[in-house]
Design a binder for this molecule. Sequence first.
Ligand code: C2E
Ligand code: MG
Ligand code: MG
Ligand code: MG
Length: 286
Amino acid sequence: HAKHVHGGGVCLFTPSLETAVRADRAIEAALQASSFEEELSIVLQPIVELASGRLSAVEVLARWSNPMLGEISAMEFIAIAERSTAIHSITRAVFKKGLKAARQLPDCVAVSFNISACDLTSASTLAFIRDEIASAGIAPHRIWIEVTETAVMRNADAAAQALQAFRDLGVGIALDDFGTGYSSLGYVQRLPLDKVKIDRSFVGALDTEEGSTITSAVITLCHTIGLTCVAEGVETEAQRQTLAEAGCEHAQGYLFSKPLPLAELLLRCADAQASWLDSDRRTAVA
Ligand code: C2E
Ligand code: MG
Ligand code: MG
Ligand code: MG
């Protein structure tokens, strides 16, 4: 355990903590030096309309492979990138690649991007996204942005204003990881949102009676304030069924597909006869 001796200014770290700090530093340094156009790639995870089984959208997820450090998880490198301007370069590279992918997907499929808190309030990021959507020739309503509750709550007034600016572009707005933050419902209601992505901790609790009652209530509540629901992290057929019965419109998770490279997604889309709900299209959970 880390021992912190106050007054003496002595701070002893365990080797594991020291290693973690060093790893963070290495990632930070690599982020500064990286060419994201080359090292970043994207994968696309299907979002399925539960009533029809059709593909309603794909979520764009960043992948980073650095020559020195290897593969670093999105969770890890995004959090570190958010401490510097590196996040803006990542957002731009991801948007460029994601919009290119959007051009190859059917017009009825929306493309959903994750946006950090610092992107949200950056006027230059907004202008960049606007211009990229226009030059890609994509209808803005095909683009969704996902913001986490925590990101929005950090500076609530500025965030609400920024979300409205995105909405004015015609872009759809989803509240990501809903249920993990501390926002009050009254506050959520005042945000210019279209969709709520119900966090997978709710979905994971669906196998208990209490969990499914709570999740159903959350879905009903979202509908009451005019929001469409997307369930995250759906892994089992039982979860899919409970969500469909609760009126949840869309779902995403390993049950339907893991995140896929564009080429693989296009192959699966080409088989237009089949529904994304058919078991033979699903990737097995490892
Ligand atoms: P998120 O936006 O909530 O994305 C969903 C995460 O859940 C993804 O992890 C996805 O691979 C994973 N997932 C999908 N289905 C299942 C399932 O059935 N079970 C389980 N256990 N997990 C599932 P990933 O790709 O590692 O991304 C982690 C987080 O990193 C994302 O969470 C998002 O917050 C962030 N992120 C990823 N790409 C970007 C990006 O381009 N920009 C920003 N700002 N953040 C990003
Ligand atoms: Mg997301
Ligand atoms: Mg999420
Ligand atoms: Mg999440």
